[in-house]
Write a protein that binds this ligand. Structure first.
Ligand code: FES
Ligand SMILES: [Fe+2]
Length: 451
């Protein structure tokens, strides 16, 4: 009997799929006044590396706004709207002074908060001095990154300080990279651990090592501020539990990469990057991050650390390289950017392996709508004392395989996840000690020893 042949309309469907579909504007648009843009403006975002800021003002574009970032000669950082409040010359041509920035055109001088300090062509008692302000945003400087808050002043949250901002024995290297695509394509990749199996291992050869090519057992958890999930794998006599953490809207942290093969015990490893995915505008994105090197992430090897910086990201995968090389061995950059400037959600086919992506989009949409309806997003920094606990990193326990290993690995992962969240009330070394003690206890229990 010959096989039934599907009707022609079910096979070569190219023509019927040529119709354009609209962008998912609610999730992807970031300019002022858009629902997504207003939501994103409720959070602090990094806008540059300190190493990019000198006595020459730096033009930056964030959330569709053109801004000028500078550090005055008194060492204070300022972030102002690009165009001078007088007659709109760009302040990128301004001069940094002991206090504030002087416009190149008629010499008006603005303080870091936008106060007009001097208008030299005007009478000394000019009412302009009290009436005119250059639009400005508050900034915070941490560990070589400049952060800014672009939202309504009355909703400004406390600056969020996470536990990974200050990890013992850790070398922190700031880096940044530009991507010509929408920010969501990059952020939601952090909720897609399955891509590591294929993009980084099976399809294109290992970016790190072969252990990444095994499909992991995945468990996802939602928290008031975002998501974390466990990726469990069997590596010989070890169970490797990799934890990713995504804090809404755009902070992501993940475990080690270059020195992680899952076959050496590790208890509460910590993230190799602390990374924000910052929308430049609807179609461009800037990743701004720290690479974290040390005994609990990737080793602090000089040859790994020293190249990292502008356009060179952490992770061993070159960000810019010859096109022929990228085609042979594509990485994250090629995947994100090749999806288009703004990928059309209406043309996708989300599958079971996209569980994390779907969870993230659902939550993001709910939070955007909450803000649009007059509500406020959850702000951990207003609710919890600093430093805020984070979960990302690798744990590798030495436990031999039982007969139903997949269910067993899932059980180990759940215990690791519970151990991490149970330690939330603790800070610093106390938290580390409790988590590590509990992880060792899990290992002993799973090997059949009494506690
Ligand atoms: S345009 Fe800036 S001082 Fe005139
Ligand atoms: Fe990746």
């Amino acid at each position: 009997m010959s096989e039934a042949i599907p009707a022609a309309r079910e096979r070569y469907i190219g023509y019927s799929e040529t119709a354009e579909r609209p962008e998912n504007a609610e999730l992807t648009h970031v300019r002022p006044g858009t629902p997504g843009g207003e939501y994103l403006r409720r959070f602090w975002h990094p806008v540059a590396l300190c190493s990019e800021v000198s006595d020459v003002p730096l033009l930056v574009r964030v959330l569709g706004e053109d801004l000028v970032l500078f550090c005055d000669l008194g060492g204070r950082y300022g972030l102002l709207h690009r165009h001078c409040a007088h007659r709109h010359a760009s302040l990128e041509y301004g001069k940094c002074e002991e206090r504030g920035l002087r416009c190149c055109y008629h010499g008006w001088r603005f303080d870091v908060d936008g106060t007009l300090l001097e208008a030299p062509a005007e009478p000394a008692n000019s009412p302009l001095l009290t009436r005119v302000r250059q639009p400005a945003y508050p900034v915070e400087v941490r560990n070589g990154l400049v952060f800014a808050y672009l939202g309504p002043p009355e909703h400004r949250p406390a600056f969020p300080v996470y536990d990974t901002f200050d990890m013992a024995d850790t070398r922190r290297v700031p880096y940044t990279a530009d991507y010509p695509c929408n920010w969501l394509q990059i952020t939601e990749n952090a909720m897609d651990p399955v891509h590591s199996v294929f993009l980084h291992t099976r399809v294109n050869g290992p970016s790190f090592n072969e252990a990444w090519g095994e499909m992991s057992v995945r468990e996802y958890y939602e928290t008031p501020s975002g998501f974390y999930y466990t990726n469990g794998r069997r590596v010989g006599d070890h169970v490797w539990v990799r934890v990713h953490h995504v804090v809404l809207p755009n902070l992501t942290q993940a475990g080690a990469v270059r020195s992680m093969s899952g076959d050496t015990p590790r208890y509460f490893g910590r993230p190799v990057f602390t990374r924000w995915v910052v929308p430049v505008d609807d179609e461009n994105t800037r990743v701004i991050a720290w690479a974290n090197f040390g005994p609990r992430t990737d080793e602090a090897r000089e040859e790994w650390m020293s190249p990292i910086g502008i356009e060179i990201i952490e992770g061993g995968e070159p960000r810019t390289r010859p096109a022929a090389e990228a085609i042979r061995k594509p990485g994250d950059y090629e995947a994100f950017v090749s999806m288009g400037r703004i990928t059309r959600h209406a043309k996708e086919h989300l599958a079971t392996s996209d569980k994390g992506v779907a969870m993230y989009r659902r939550r993001l949409l709910a939070d955007i709508r909450k803000v649009a309806a007059g509500g406020a997003p959850y702000q951990a920094s207003d609710e919890v004392a600093a430093p805020l606990p984070t979960y990302a990193g690798d744990t590798v326990l030495r436990i031999s395989a039982p007969s139903d290993d997949e269910a067993f690995i899932a059980g180990v992962c759940r215990q690791v996840a519970e151990t991490l969240s149970a330690a939330d009330p603790l800070k610093g070394a106390d938290r580390d000690e409790q988590v590590i003690r509990e992880l060792r206890a899990i290992e002993r229990r799973m090997n059949g020893a009494a506690d």
